[in-house]
Design a protein. Sequence first.
Length: 179
Amino acid sequence: MDMLMKMAVDYYLIDVAIGMMGLFGAALIFERVKGLYFDYALNAEQFMAKVMKLVEEDAMEGAITYCAANEKKPLAAVVKRILERADRDDAAIDQSLDIAASEVAPKLTKNLSYLSMVSNVVTLIGLFGTVVGLIMSFKAVSFADPSQKQSLLADGISLAMHATAAGLLVAIPVMVVYS
């Protein structure tokens, strides 16, 4: 066990693990921002105004065609599904809304669970680094030469605090974005 902890400290394995999880979290955040704000973005007010104008002009097919032209956008896909069943009763329209929303939701929430996982795992890696640093500190106090105890104790505590800080530095922003 001592050899594993020494290797983790000597080769900065804890720092590397936190850094890799941070990069993974940043990639996930970038992918979600790109998807939600660029790929799926649609000016909702302008889109709905156009659809409502077409519906008011009794051009239902035109409204459906307009929605189909933007079908990659979640709002357009849901509105199209509802317009296709506009001639039915309210229960059928509500059911089509529920079905359309359930089809669109996975695209909007894609990879979000990984952000939560990154935040939790990086916190645990930081905690592991903290424990390793504290173990090193206690060993330094118990076995070291009195002239070196203070230096070894400070090194262990420094490692513990750096691991904690690095883990939290990654975990907090990732959890904020996830939330």
